[in-house]
Design a protein around this ligand. Structure first.
Ligand code: PHE
Length: 334
């Protein structure tokens, strides 16, 4: 008899390890402890045994029964908890994750770069800590040249500086590569301006440069007009007005109409009608010479876009400081 009992115990131990859910558990209970269960049936037979045998076998069988009841109860509690966790109603709508998103300046910068990349420009990066040569001298702004005032600059104790525009990237690329060159270089720039509604000591520019044989002002105009149309939409009105930069000749500024009044002048644009978004021009022959490109053979155009300006016009924001205050109520609108 004891052998039969040991066999049942062994089998039950094995079955316990296979229980995975409440259904398995119930089947297990019925198999051993149900009315016709193996252990129940066995216990019923004990009364037919001799007193000696009954003592030994009965004790073992009853202990095992108690053990099984305890195990089943514990497993039931555990599996119920587990089913709660894994219970999944496929008909429920998904829960929305709040993941955050890109800063509006990053969004605008990426969008601009993307437009130029589609036109065939290649993205480039340059260092934020620059030297005088790349930030000024090579760009035809020698020391003591009054044009250095156009670009007030943060200097480092070792004579290097924080770039005051992205134009030094032009120089770095032209020093390294031979034409044809067609690059777009987004990045942070620094000027010691106090914060106000339209100034920030750190802001963003996107530099563009195209150098090849026979590049003309028409290429420059067409490229920038096409950019504005894609970025702002078809109805936008843009103006090229003559300007001055030491590294381009001729130079121009591009103005874009206020999107609210389309140039007529309104409260939003403080009656200006048009806002400057970039400086541009034909690369000055001296700049090409400075990087050993022959101006008799090659010509080029360059431009520098103000990213914050673009973002302010596009999203109709009238204070640049909003971009840097990291107020989630502002940022989450974009
Ligand atoms: N670097 C100029 C600025 O910061 C913009 C510019 C770039 C003008 C390229 C002409 C050509 O104002």
């Amino acid at each position: 008899m004891i052998e039969i009992l040991e066999k049942i115990i062994k089998e039950a131990e094995k079955d316990i390890s296979l229980i995975k859910n409440l259904n398995d558990l119930e089947n297990f209970r019925i198999k051993y402890l149900g009315r016709k269960g193996e252990l129940t049936t066995f216990l019923r037979k004990i009364k037919d045994l001799s007193i000696e045998e009954r003592k030994v076998v009965g004790k073992r069988a009853n202990e095992f029964k108690e053990y099984l009841e305890k195990v089943i109860e514990e497993k039931r509690i555990f599996l119920k908890e587990e089913e709660k966790v894994f219970f999944f109603d496929y008909t429920l709508p998904g829960r929305k994750f709040w993941l955050g998103h890109k800063h509006p300046i990053t969004q605008v910068m990426e969008e601009c770069v993307d437009i130029f990349v589609r036109m065939g420009f290649k993205e480039e990066q340059g260092p934020e800590i620059e030297d005088e040569w790349h930030n000024f001298t090579a760009l035809n702004i020698p020391p003591l040249h009054p044009a250095r005032d156009m670009f007030s600059t943060f200097y480092l104790p070792d004579g290097r500086l924080l770039r005051s525009h992205t134009s030094p990237v032009q120089i770095r690329v032209m020093e390294r590569e031979k034409p044809p060159i067609r690059i777009i270089a987004p990045g942070r720039v620094f000027r010691p301006d106090d914060f106000d509604a339209s100034h920030s000591p750190v802001f963003h520019q996107i530099e563009g440069l195209y150098v090849d044989t026979d590049v003309t002002f028409l290429d420059l105009k067409a490229t920038l007009e096409e950019f504005c149309r894609i970025f702002f939409g078809k109805e936008v009105i843009i103006k090229f007005v003559p300007s001055y930069f030491p590294f381009t000749e001729p130079s121009a500024e591009v103005l874009i109409c206020c999107l609210n009044c389309l140039g007529k002048g309104c409260e939003r644009c403080r009656n200006k009608g048009f806002l400057e978004i970039l400086g541009c021009g034909m690369v000055h022959p001296q700049v090409l010479k400075n990087v050993n490109i022959d101006p008799e053979v090659y010509s080029g155009f360059a431009f520098g876009l103000g990213v914050e300006r673009l973002a302010m016009i596009k999203f109709q924001i009238d204070d640049i400081r909003l971009f840097y205050q990291n107020d989630i109520r502002f940022l989450s609108q974009f």
